[in-house]
Every structure is written in structure tokens, then in C-alpha cells.
Design a binder for this molecule. Structure first.
Ligand code: S3P
Length: 171
């Protein structure tokens, strides 16, 4: 199980697809699974039920995926803020895709599919999450100004250098 975390626009989905192909593993994106299961889009869930309801659903979906067969799993940018998800990630191989704030905003533009972009405190949310991502990462890769293929190669090289994710002496 390889979990990709990072802020919106870090490239979790694009890089995750490439990585999954290279590793011969299936790929899943927690946002897409939430949408499939609920029959609604992420912005619809935010608008109709509110962010806490989205976070609860997100946690449920991710916990289920982490219990299932091996995957490359891209998480929504805020998933790791849920304490339950955070706890579960402590036992997983977590790849943190780092992205600068300016670059992230450039990549996501004004995407209407990302309700958090409307938040006036987005820079503070970004800052707050940096520490969170770094704290759960077993591997950190910088993405600014870099192509998804190069990022994916870095991850493969990093994973090859690491002991197995379930190695009890690693953490
Ligand atoms: C969110 C990021 C989104 C999605 C939702 C909330 C966040 O995923 O889960 O809009 O809180 O940062 P991406 O990181 O894939 O854009």
C-alpha cells in the first residue's frame, strides 16, 4: 500500500497513476471513491452536508481502502487532518508530494471542483498542513517545476532505498 499525500495541486492523482502503472498495482483516488459511493460530487457534498460530514465520509472510505488489497492510493489534501485517518497512516507507506503555495494555486487555478479554494484562510490551511504531511511521510518528494514522470521516478528510487513499510524498526 502506497499512500500519496500533499496539498491540492501537488499532483497526487497524476503521479499516482504513473506510479501504479510502474509498480503493477491498482490506483485509487479517495475523492473519486467518495463520489462513486455517495453518487454526488465533492463540491455537492460540501454544499449540502458541510465539511465535517465530508471528512467523516472521507475517513470511512480511506479506512476501508487501507484495510483492502494493496493499492497506490491518492488522498484528498485534507484527509490527513482527520485524527482517525492520521492514526491509520502511521502504519502505511506515505509519500508526501511537496508543492509551494504559488505553484499549487497555479496548477489548480479556480477549479470549481475544489470547494476549499473559496476559503479566505486557504494560506493558513496550507501552512498548518505542511507540518502534518511532513510528520506522517515516510518519503518526501519535491514537485515544484517538475514533470510527473520525474517525480514518479524519484518515488520509485526512494521506495527502493527504504526498508519495508511494515518493518517495526523503521519508525
Ligand atoms: C480538499 C482537497 C480535495 C478534496 C476536497 C478537500 C482539501 O482533494 O478532497 O476538495 O481539504 O484540501 P485534492 O487534494 O485531490 O484536490
Amino acid at each position: 500500500m502506497i499512500v500519496l499525500v500533499g496539498f491540492m495541486g501537488a499532483g497526487k492523482t497524476t503521479v499516482g497513476h504513473l506510479l501504479a502503472e510502474r509498480l503493477g498495482l491498482p490506483f485509487a483516488d479517495s475523492d473519486r471513491i467518495i463520489e462513486q459511493r455517495s453518487g454526488r460530487s465533492v463540491p455537492q457534498i460540501f454544499a449540502e452536508d458541510g465539511e465535517p460530514a465530508f471528512r467523516a465520509l472521507e475517513h470511512q472510505v480511506i479506512a476501508g481502502l487501507l484495510d483492502g488489497p494493496a493499492l497506490v492510493l491518492a488522498l484528498g489534501g485534507g484527509a490527513a487532518e482527520h485524527p482517525g485517518t492520521h492514526e491509520r497512516l502511521a502504519a502505511a507507506e506515505v509519500v508526501y508530494l511537496q508543492v509551494g503555495y504559488e505553484q499549487a494555486m497555479h496548477r489548480v487555478g479556480g477549479d470549481p471542483g475544489r470547494p476549499l479554494l473559496a476559503r479566505p484562510d486557504l494560506p493558513a490551511i496550507y501552512q498548518r498542513r505542511l507540518e502534518l504531511y511532513a510528520g506522517i511521510a515516510t518519503l518526501t518528494v519535491s514537485t515544484d517545476g517538475r514533470a510527473p514522470e520525474a517525480i514518479s521516478e524519484d518515488i520509485l528510487a526512494g521506495l527502493a532505498r527504504e526498508p519495508a513499510a511494515n518493518d517495526p524498526v523503521r519508525r
